[in-house]
Design a protein around this ligand. Structure first.
Ligand SMILES: *Cc1c(COP(=O)(O)O)cnc(C)c1O
Length: 230
């Protein structure tokens, strides 16, 4: 994608985000944009960085590590948003500031154990299978509170909130339903743990960011609307 396209797209997505916040009656800086750059070349990330973007999300570990190496001159905040297999947990713990896709305690413990002492705690979101599809990863909504009880005891992790990747749907009303359920879970979690830094509701992508913002998303993960189709 050409440099001007990436920067034009970033401006357009930022405008969508701000308009959605206005429509929801929320402050204009109430939600952050994560640029999802999986499968896209380093050049595109550089262009987005030049357009002011700092937080990038990657799904595939080796691809992400290669990009981190090539872009080590840029002060990028790296978010891991792909499936975390046990044997990848160490590298995720070492190389990222955030992991949005923690869906079971086994993975959380491994991330905690491998987070290097010289780094601040790894920011994590608990991924929830909010649409209830058997094939989708994520913790069952009914298990969220029990998992959270242990997550908050892991000293090398900072439990920041919940993440979901609901099945796509066409209308705004349908899109809002799973986001609304995730928001309710998030509110009950915050009520139970008022002293935890639970400030992140990671939901909404290129096709449904307006619905997510209407339901309280604090971070939207946007790929194709910035970098083009994959
Ligand atoms: C690819 C991906 C996105 C971005 O999706 P777009 O539809 O391209 O905006 C967001 N979140 C996750 C977890 C992804 O894998």
């Amino acid at each position: 994608m050409s440099k001007s396209s990436v920067s034009t797209n970033i401006v357009a997505v930022r405008q969508r985000l701000e308009q959605a916040l206005v429509d929801a009656g929320r402050p204009h800086d109430d939600a952050h944009l994560l640029a999802v750059s999986k499968t896209k070349p380093e050049r595109d990330l550089r262009d987005a960085f030049e357009a002011g973007q700092r937080a990038f999300g990657e799904n595939y570990l080796q691809e992400a590590l290669d990009k981190q190496h090539a872009l080590s001159d840029l002060a990028i905040e790296w978010h891991f948003i792909g499936a975390v297999q046990s044997n990848k947990a160490r590298a995720v713990a070492e190389a990222f500031q955030w992991c949005h896709t923690v869906d079971r305690l086994k993975i959380a413990r491994r991330l905690n154990d491998h987070r290097p002492d010289h780094l601040p705690p790894l920011n994590i979101c608990l991924q929830v299978n909010i649409s209830g599809e058997a094939s989708k990863s994520g913790a069952a909504p009914d298990d969220v509170h029990a998992i959270a009880e242990t997550l908050i005891t892991l000293p090398r992790l900072s439990f920041r909130g919940l993440m979901a990747l609901p099945a796509p749907s066409e209308t705004l009303i349908e899109q809002r339903k799973p986001f609304s359920r995730l928001r309710e879970l998030f509110e009950s979690l915050k009520a139970r743990h008022p002293n935890q830094p639970l400030d992140t509701l990671s939901m909404g992508m290129s096709g449904d960011l307006e619905a997510a913002i209407a339901e309280g998303a604090t971070l939207v993960r946007v790929g194709s609307a910035i970098f083009g189709a994959r």
